[in-house]
Each structure stands twice: as C-alpha cells, then as structure tokens.
Design a binder for this molecule. Structure first.
Ligand code: AP5
Ligand code: MG
Length: 189
C-alpha cells in the first residue's frame, strides 16, 4: 500500500505515521526527519536545507525530490510506503505520481489530518523543537496554507483524498485512521 499523510505542522503526522507504519508493516518516510538527519550529519544537503527549515520555509523541490527518489529506490519500499510530510507542493505530488506510475504502483490514498491552526500552535509550543518558535511556526503554517493545501484539491480530483479529524487523543485519531483505511478499499493493496 502506498499512502500519503498531509496536514499542518503539529497535526500529528509523525505520531500517527509511526503507529500506522507499524500496524501496516510499511516503511515510514518522513522528509522532515530525513532533512533533520542531513542537518545533523552536516552533509551538503543538510547545510542547504538548514537555512529554509530554520525560517519555517519549504526546502526547494529539487533538493527534496532528489532525496526522496533515492529513498524510494531502496528495496524496502517495493511493497509500499507511508509518506509523512511529502509531497508538500503540487510539483512534488506530480513528481511522485510520475515516479510511482512509471513503476506500475500508483498511490492508493492521500489522507488529510485536519487540526485547526490554534490547536497545532498550542501543541508545538509545548513540544519546543528547534523550529517550534512561535514566529517560525507562523511561517510553517503560512507555507502549509499557501503551498500545501492546494494538494488537497489535487488528490480530491483524483478520487484519492480522505479527511480524518486529527483532534482528540492520539488513540482516538489512530482508530479513525484505521477505520478510514478499512473503509476505503484501496484498489492496489
Ligand atoms: P516536518 O518535520 O515535516 O514538520 P511539520 O510538517 O511542520 O510538522 P511536525 O513534524 O512539526 O508535526 P507533525 O504533524 O509530524 O506532528 P507530530 O506527530 O510531531 O518538516 C519540518 C521542515 O522540513 C519544514 O518546515 C520544511 O522546512 C522542511 N520539509 C519537510 N518536508 C518537506 C517537503 N516535502 N518539502 C519541502 N520542505 C520540507 O506532533 C506534534 C506534537 O503534538 C508532538 O509533541 C506530539 O506529541 C503532539 N501530538 C500529536 N498528536 C496529538 C494529539 N492527538 N493530541 C495532542 N497532542 C498531540
Ligand atoms: Mg513530523
């Protein structure tokens, strides 16, 4: 199964993807985690990405696409994958479609994890990751509304979008996600 999880910063994409990936026995690919690893390793990619991440801006598509395509080519992705925080722009979504279609394994579902801005801002304030400063969170939310929300229409138009309420406890949200997957009968299991 090939799944994409979309949602604003702090929606719970990482929390729920870890659980879902274990439940579905799929690799969990988080572009945010991959970029933070690159930054920690001080690689060329990490050095380039840092200037965007620290400002709450999206890392340029070319850099992210290179990184993701290398990861998707690994053998553990042959049976499917759960993508967390990617794609984040229509250009990334088109590139992902082209990549997967070219291998005869199209995307099964895109799930929107919906949480209001006020609630995600409160969650991130409590967590305190390096990019969770209020001014940076504002920028991340801006990037979500301007660059990433258009993806919802992109996937809705392809009949692939499901929206799940991301409010409530972590367990409640997980059960909603499992129910959505069960009800959706993806055409390419
Ligand atoms: P990324 O790491 O993807 O960050 P993000 O999308 O801003 O979201 P977060 O990881 O902060 O939140 P999340 O939705 O995963 O929620 P989480 O489970 O952690 O990206 C970081 C940066 O990298 C971007 O700003 C960008 O610069 C760059 N980047 C990454 N991907 C890119 C791409 N494809 N293209 C370009 N640039 C890219 O939960 C958040 C908090 O809430 C936690 O403390 C958690 O414990 C808590 N929580 C979770 N669920 C609940 C719940 N139900 N109730 C209460 N609290 C909860
Ligand atoms: Mg995350």
């Amino acid at each position: 199964m090939r799944l994409v999880l979309i949602g604003p910063p702090g929606a719970g994409k990482g929390t729920q993807s870890s659980r879902l990936a274990a439940y579905l026995r799929l690799p969990h690919l988080s572009t945010g985690e991959m970029l933070r690893e690159a930054m920690a390793a001080e690689s060329a990619l990490g050095r380039q990405a840092r200037q965007y991440i620290e400002r709450g801006q999206l890392v340029p598509d070319e850099l992210v696409l290179d990184m993701v395509c290398q990861r998707l080519a690994q053998p553990d992705c042959r049976a499917g994958m759960l993508l967390d925080g990617f794609p984040r722009t229509v250009r990334q979504a088109e590139a992902l479609d082209a990549y997967l279609q070219g291998r005869g394994m199209p995307l099964d579902l895109a799930i929107e994890l919906a949480v209001p801005d006020q609630e995600v801002a409160e969650r991130l304030q409590k967590r305190g990751r390096h990019d969770d400063r209020p001014d940076v969170v504002d920028q991340r939310l801006h990037a979500y509304w301007t660059a990433t929300r258009p993806l919802l229409d992109y996937y809705r138009g392809r009949g692939l979008l499901r929206t799940v309420d991301g409010r409530g406890t972590i367990e409640e949200v997980f059960q909603r996600l499992v129910q959505t997957l069960t009800c959706s009968h993806p055409p390419h299991p």
